[in-house]
Write a protein that binds this ligand. Structure first.
Ligand code: MUC
Ligand code: MG
Length: 369
């Protein structure tokens, strides 16, 4: 029984426009879930998405409505159930809504881990690492600005791997932009691209060939979500890593993609997977199928970011690193002590639960009323 469950929409400007094939973001709407118990514990979860309905099927507003109208009453009717049993009931009575489920499960696990005085990663199968590498996404839309931004990040020892968001211009213009950045940064810096499903299969063949020849390391979600056949043919045709992102919507799709050899890398996102436990299941399927792992983001703030970090800390391999840089894209901090990014890695707290403290005055200031 929980005393209250509240969903807060918190609007925070980004440090610069973030241009993607699916949307250009100037503000991120963080979707935060705060769960309080009768014995005074507070758990947090996050269900942030990108560009309203531009990226996924749930919007910040639908998540808030569905949690208060459907999730909260159901959770309040459950007595003496543990987290896994509570989630089983939610799965049975609520279809879809993976982002909302992720936020609720995170808050439940945060409370449970605090009760047990363990870092959340220990509840998710066991912590294998205390920090994880984090790349930066260059998406200003301007080649020279992107190069300058990357050089600053390298000099500050913040990031030495970069992902470029492409797919909104012609294949030729995008490839020219990517290869100019690769040339400027040199062979020791890993450059990857995220097409966000903008290419047809023929465009993908043309673009990937040029990018592979230019020394790019990875191609993320080149074609439509449904076009698993194209992903399979591209994975077979090229040596360069082909990564599934939007097509990977949880353990079931991970199994299907693995069975059909339709990706050589999985971008595991906790919300897109339907929660932290489901994300860990995706990790296990990848391990069994010999697929490399990458820790993805929905550009969450610090709550979702550190929750994902706890899940990724249980992965035996993270061959392509992570992109858990969401909080660094925001102009405001909402934690009393910010997440620790240094020496190209995010350091994962060892204190109980998520291991973070929210600054509720700051949240109030930016919250949508
Ligand atoms: C995506 O498709 O990967 C992650 C980083 C970023 O810039 O956009 C997101 C979504
Ligand atoms: Mg992506």
């Amino acid at each position: 029984m929980y005393k209250s469950i509240e969903t807060l929409l918190v609007e925070i400007p980004t440090i610069r426009p973030h241009k993607m094939a699916v949307a250009t973001m100037q503000t991120q709407t963080l979707v935060l879930v705060k769960m309080s118990t009768h014995d005074g514990l507070v758990g947090w979860g996050e269900a942030t998405t990108i560009g309203g309905l531009g990226y996924a099927e749930e919007s910040p507003e639908s998540i808030k409505t569905n949690i208060s109208r459907y999730f909260a009453p159901l959770l309040n009717s459950l007595r003496d159930l543990n987290v896994a049993q509570s989630m089983q009931v939610l799965q049975k009575h609520i279809n879809g809504n993976r982002f909302a489920k992720c936020a609720i499960e995170t808050a439940l696990l945060d409370i449970q881990a605090q009760r047990l005085a363990l870092p959340l990663s220990e509840l998710l199968g066991g912590r294998l690492r205390d920090s994880i590498p984090v790349l930066w996404v260059l998406a200003s839309g301007d080649t020279d600005k992107d190069i300058a931004e990357a050089q600053q990040m390298i000099a500050a020892k913040r990031h030495n791997i970069f992902k470029l968001k492409i797919g909104s211009r012609s294949v030729e213009a995008d490839v020219e932009h990517v290869l100019a950045i690769k040339q400027a940064l040199g062979k020791d810096i890993s450059i990857r691209v995220d097409v966000n499903r903008a290419w047809s299969e023929l465009e993908a063949i043309k673009g990937i060939k040029m990018l592979q020849d230019g020394g790019i390391d990875l191609i993320e979600q080149p074609c439509a979500i449904e076009n698993i056949d194209a992903m399979q043919r591209l994975t077979r045709k090229f040596d360069i890593a082909i990564m599934a992102d939007e097509a990977l919507t949880g353990p079931h799709s991970a199994y299907q993609l693995a069975k059909r050899n339709a990706a050589s890398v999985f971008a595991v996102k906790v919300a897109q997977s339907g929660g932290l436990s489901a994300a860990c299941e995706v990790g296990k399927i990848a391990r069994l199928a010999g697929i490399d792992l990458y820790g993805g983001t929905m550009l969450e703030g610090p709550v979702g970011t550190i929750a994902a970090a706890h899940a990724f800390a249980t992965f035996g391999q993270l061959a392509y690193a992570t992109e858990l840089f969401g909080p660094l894209l925001l102009t405001e901090q909402i934690l009393t002590t910010p997440l620790q990014y240094r020496d190209f890695e995010l350091h994962i707290p060892r204190s109980p639960g998520l291991g973070i403290r929210l600054d509720e005055n700051k949240i109030d200031q930016f919250r949508r009323h």
